[in-house]
Design a protein. Structure first.
Length: 624
């Protein structure tokens, strides 16, 4: 206690404002609380299982930690206010200045912010644990192991179809047609399990012109000659049309047209440790569906993955393949990903030398045992589709009929033989691949997400408005603060009723009416303490002074909002706005400032508080 008394005596003699606000002791207590929350964040996700859920970075708000945060903050702030309100130097006419008065407000702001911002030490502790436990170099190594073994996790048949082949590079330059209505069966094509594939060379036409509906014009020459469109993509103000040119025979580069590991070309995960957008990171990631028809068919195909996998299969080294599978399972064990696969069991499911066909499928979840077949492949005779050199549509139909007959004899529904082949060959083995994906995404996100800039504005403004409320009480009195709240409520009710009556009676432009009504009333409120400081009742002026102190920042935000509303309407009034496609972008003042609006308003608020201390002192000097 003697130590505390000595410090208090030293502060009250030299720095009375600091002593009066108890900022030294509050910051010391806040520091201890921040250290505790840092430790909580460090141990919060010590189990890899806790990182296998979506949006782990939001666990602070979805778990009980936020409740502990609220309770600790309330206890600290209530205790602080009780001790601080024991003395009010300004009310007891101690000598003060504008700077000291503003300094009191800044002390309140710092204390409140320190007492409510425990989220940040928690997240720094969380990030420290992730960086220590999963260092970047080790994570990169493990992701490479995962990507190399991922092709052997046969979750879906789409990834192993012929159109997914990306190596040699010629397959990245060709377009694979799968629509039977668009395939030229008089030329080279490939077929398996009811699906047909034909490769075409393509050429590109770039179009920037638009029609009266602001749609990109279709190339006139191709339209006139009825050239088949392969696909199209849009980049900025240019639409790229890709048209089929001629059929290309790629038999020399294809070992088999059946589902095969030789066709797999998708990377499971790609690390990017740069700062990434929070929502973009969660909107991308692992997927199992085939590429949509309206997207560039090359999307999702990775030449290097297919090239390396092809080289591995060509070497046909069982020891090397087993090692890759075993390394993957070791990584999965470290990350505690649930699976019933073992190296030998997995190897038996996928190792069929030669063309390395797909004969078994693995479930993505433990519960997916809809078609248990004990990993026994469907006994459908293989058809040598590489030697099919069809001369006519009749031959094609005969071939299709033969395949249907074989499938029906094997008990497969001929209407969708590929799907039935998949269903009949699903094994009892599973691997929780989505948990692995969530784990990697969460680890990377915690490492790279800028959670400070994303959340600090909320804490700043909670601290700011709570500090203005305390400051209002300190410079006036409890009665003034209570009447301020009542007056604010009544004004809000009156404004709401006026806007409602306007919308019911006049109609149209309710937003402008409400905005300008609030602007006019707010302007009057701000002017009253200046105009009637000495002539009106002290309680009357204190009410409007308190409203001004607490609401000036919102007043500035309202002005920015009104300006932005006019800018947006002026932009929309431009000729051809509603006929444009894509829609024209109207950048308003608030959109231009973006998150900088928060910092700008904070600077304006602090500057206003410093200037307004002169009004507060004059109001205080007025007789009761």
């Amino acid at each position: 206690m003697n130590f505390i008394n000595k410090i208090n005596n030293y502060l009250i003699q030299r720095y009375p404002t600091i002593w009066n606000t108890r900022i030294v002791w509050m910051l010391a207590i806040s520091l201890l609380a921040h250290i505790v929350f840092y430790f909580i964040g460090f141990i919060s996700h010590s189990s890899p299982l806790s990182l296998q859920n979506s949006r782990v970075i939001d666990d602070y708000f979805s778990s009980g930690v936020i409740m502990v945060h609220i309770i600790v903050s309330m206890l600290m702030l209530v205790g602080w206010l009780v001790y601080m309100f024991k003395n009010n130097g300004f009310k007891n006419f101690y000598p003060t200045s504008n700077l000291k008065l503003f300094g009191q407000f800044m002390c309140y702001l710092v204390i409140v912010f320190a007492s409510i911002s425990f989220y940040f030490p928690y997240m720094f502790g969380f990030r420290t644990y992730i960086n220590v436990t999963y260092p970047n170099n080790e994570l990169v190594k493990n992701v490479n192991i995962i990507n190399k073994a991922f092709p052997f996790l046969t979750f879906s048949y789409q990834d192993y179809e012929l159109d997914r082949k990306a190596s040699p590079k010629i397959f990245n330059e060709l377009y694979c047609e799968k629509d039977p209505n668009l395939i030229d069966y008089n030329k080279k094509y490939f077929s398996t399990l009811g699906n047909d594939y034909q490769f075409y060379s393509i050429y590109q036409v770039a179009i920037t012109e638009r029609d009266e509906n602001y749609q990109f014009k279709y190339p006139a020459a191709e339209y006139k000659n009825n050239v088949s469109l392969a696909y199209q993509t849009v980049e900025n103000d240019t639409c790229y049309y890709f048209f089929k040119k001629e059929v290309v025979d790629v038999s020399a580069q294809i070992k088999t047209a059946d589902l095969s590991f030789y066709n797999f070309s998708r990377k499971f995960y790609e690390l990017d440790f740069s700062e990434i957008d929070y929502y973009d990171r969660y909107s991308n990631g692992y997927y199992t569906e085939p590429v949509p028809y309206d997207v560039d068919p090359k999307e999702g195909k990775n030449y290097q993955i297919n090239k390396d996998l092809t080289a591995l299969l060509d070497r046909n080294n069982p020891v090397e393949i087993k090692k890759g599978l075993n390394d993957f399972l070791e990584v999965s064990k470290k990350y505690q990903i649930k699976t019933n696969l073992t190296t030998d069991k997995w190897f038996d499911l996928i190792y069929f030398p030669g063309n390395f066909p797909i004969k078994n499928f693995i479930a993505e979840h433990e519960s997916e045992y809809y078609y248990p077949t004990d990993s026994v492949a469907l006994a459908v005779p293989e058809v040598d589709t590489l030697t099919t050199d069809i001369a006519s549509q009749n031959v094609h139909e005969a071939t299709q009929a033969a395949v249907v007959a074989v499938a029906e004899a094997a008990g497969v529904n001929s209407t969708n033989k590929m799907v039935d082949f998949y269903n009949k060959n699903r094994s009892r083995n599973y691997y929780e691949i989505r948990n692995l994906n969530e784990f990697l995404r969460n680890v990377e996100l915690v490492k790279s997400d800028d959670f400070v800039s994303r959340n600090i504005h909320v804490y700043i403004w909670i601290a700011f408005f709570f500090s203005t409320l305390i400051f209002s009480f300190r410079v006036t009195n409890l009665r003034s603060v209570i009447f301020t709240g009542i007056t604010t409520g009544v004004l809000s009710l009156v404004i709401g009723l006026m806007v409602l009556m306007y919308s019911m009676g006049m109609g149209g432009d309710e937003e402008y009416f409400a905005a300008y009504l609030v602007f006019i009333i707010a302007t009057i409120i701000i002017l009253i303490p200046f105009l009637f400081l000495t002539s009106a009742s002290k309680l009357f002026t204190s009410i409007f002074m308190n409203i001004t102190i607490n609401g000036f920042v919102l007043y500035v935000l309202l002005i920015l909002g009104i300006i932005s509303m006019h800018q947006n309407d002026a932009c929309r009034a431009q000729p051809g706005y509603y006929n444009s496609y894509p829609s024209k972008t109207c950048t308003t003042l608030l959109e231009y400032l973006d998150m900088n609006t928060s910092y700008l308003l904070l600077a304006v608020g602090l500057l206003f508080m410093f200037i307004y201390t002169a009004v507060i002192k004059k109001w205080r000097a007025v007789p009761e």
